[in-house]
Design a protein around this ligand. Structure first.
Ligand code: F6R
Length: 260
């Protein structure tokens, strides 16, 4: 894992956007894995800016989102399909038909999840996966004790995640769907490169567990220690519980070349 710590999330978002945009420029047909929630909003804003300035085009790119609430139609303002159009897809030149999000209204979620897995494979696989992390260490909606080799499937959200996400539902936890369809941890682990973003104090424990703790399904993100190419972008607050924070900063400041 490459751990990159910036004083602020704005600086981390800019650096993450530079990395993502240059990957798209190098490989215009890139298959992106995308996340929702509060964390990637700044990254998406930076990518939209770069698109508007003509620095990057997504016209040939395709994408697969990590997850969707079960029971929310794509036009519900809290669905992740809606979020993606609002916060990224409608503001860049990606073709909507090349974007994929698990179908939260699938009659048979099991079949829908199997089809999602097949679509990812048929695309050649996710090349650059963007992730956030839950305060309980989840990635996608793979909550603690999820199988570390799981595939796309239905999951039940923990109370902690429902409470965390109530802010998007007018503060009402009762309004948060209890189920979701999410890429599995095994699915995420097959992506070529992972960019994980985490900001704020509320993520500090999960981040420390992910980077410096043992690999355990109690902190699903800790499996990323087994991934060959992960970049973790943090602000100081999210990094505040890392024992080796100074070492990570020292390594990054002495990087001989940005690509190495
Ligand atoms: C979102 C997702 C989740 C979030 C996580 C953090 O697609 O898969 O794992 O990344 O719940 O959410 P925020 O960013 O709202 O703190």
């Amino acid at each position: 894992m490459e751990v990159i710590i910036y004083p602020t999330k704005e600086q981390a978002n800019q650096a993450a956007a530079d990395f993502v945009a240059s990957a798209v420029v190098r490989n215009p047909r890139i298959v992106l894995g995308l996340a929702t929630g509060g964390t990637p909003l700044g990254l998406y804003e930076n990518l939209i800016e770069k698109y508007k300035k003509g620095e990057v085009s997504f016209a040939k790119a395709s994408s697969f989102n990590l997850d969707e609430y079960y029971g929310l139609p794509a036009d519900d303002k809290n669905s992740y399909a809606y979020y993606m159009r609002e916060n990224l897809f409608d503001k860049i030149d990606i073709e909507l038909e090349n974007t994929h999000i698990p179908n939260g209204m699938a009659e048979n979620p099991k079949i829908a999840c199997e089809e999602y897995e097949r679509a990812i494979k048929a695309s050649g696989g996710v090349e650059l996966q963007i992730l956030g992390i839950g305060s309980d260490g989840h990635i996608g909606f793979n909550e603690p004790t999820s199988s570390l080799s799981s595939r796309t499937r239905m999951k039940t959200l923990t109370r902690e995640t429902i409470e965390d996400n109530a802010r998007f539902f007018d503060g009402n936890p009762e309004a948060v769907p209890t189920h979701c369809l999410t890429m599995g941890i095994g699915t995420i682990m097959e992506s070529e490169t992972v960019v994980l973003l985490a900001y704020g104090k509320s993520k500090a424990d999960a981040v420390a567990g992910m980077i410096e703790g043992p690999i355990t399904s109690m902190i699903p993100a800790s499996i990323l220690q087994m991934h060959r190419d992960v970049k973790v972008f943090l602000d100081e607050e999210a990094a505040s519980k890392l024992k080796l924070a100074d070492y990570y900063k020292w390594v990054y400041s002495r990087k001989p070349h940005p690509d190495w």
